[in-house]
Design a protein around this ligand. Structure first.
Ligand SMILES: [Zn+2]
Length: 224
């Protein structure tokens, strides 16, 4: 069941008091509407009926998908790489093989949900993305600011990533063959062992993947 708090929040524009629903946790299976509202971002929309001010209001939200065996904890701006939430640990004590992640941004929150729903491994996806980002930066001669998993075409063996390039943050989508993902998977199955055995919620992001890629390129497959 979703855990919802109702909070009174002052509108940043007109200072009127508004009642806002804060979804502290959401269960994907129990409420498909909430699932969709998370992916569109609507769950975090703030609207003031007094002055019609609209904004995104991000707050900590735990997403739980028991069927696909993953949990993603969105904690805006969290810097920690690992977090053990006692309440969650007590509620779901050591469930085997539940993948638990923390993410600091809404885009990463959404990306993790899409990756796990597609039945993919997020460590292998991050590594694939890091490798593809390097290739895109070379090809376009621009810095890659951010990138997100955006397409999985099983029939055509293709993965796609959407990147934001250069100072203009130009959107650019690059596809790659599933073989790259498979290779990444075999790399992270060795170099990501430590993370797989870690307790609580862990952060698997670009910085993590860059580090793995660096170790792989520098020390090769057998180094740990
Ligand atoms: Zn207002």
């Amino acid at each position: 069941m979703a855990v919802v708090d109702i909070k009174s929040i002052r509108c940043p524009q007109c200072k009127s008091k508004n009642q806002v629903h804060i979804y502290k946790s959401v269960n994907a299976q129990e409420d498909l509407k909430l699932h969709d509202k998370i992916l569109t971002g609507e769950l975090f929309d703030f609207y003031c009926p007094y002055c019609e001010y609209k904004a995104r209001l991000y707050y900590p939200c735990l997403y739980n998908d028991p069927k696909n065996r993953f949990m993603v904890y969105f904690i805006p701006d969290i810097e920690k790489g690992q977090m053990i939430d006692r309440t969650v640990e007590m509620e779901y004590p050591d469930l085997p093989k539940i993948t638990k992640r923390i993410v600091p941004t809404f885009n990463e929150f959404k990306e993790k949900i899409l990756i796990f729903e597609a039945g993919l491994d997020d460590m292998a996806i991050e590594l694939t993305k890091a490798a593809v980002a390097e290739a895109v930066a070379r090809k376009k001669e621009q810095d890659v600011n951010e990138g997100y998993f955006s397409l999985y075409d099983k029939e055509n063996n293709t993965l796609g990533f959407t990147f934001f390039l250069g100072i203009e943050h130009t959107m650019f989508t690059q596809t790659t063959k599933l073989d790259v993902y498979r290779k990444s998977w075999s790399i992270v199955s060795r170099l990501g062992k430590k993370e797989r055995s870690m307790k609580g919620f862990i952060k698997i992001d670009k910085a993590w993947a860059d580090n793995i890629l660096f170790r792989y390129q520098r020390f090769g497959f057998d180094s740990n």
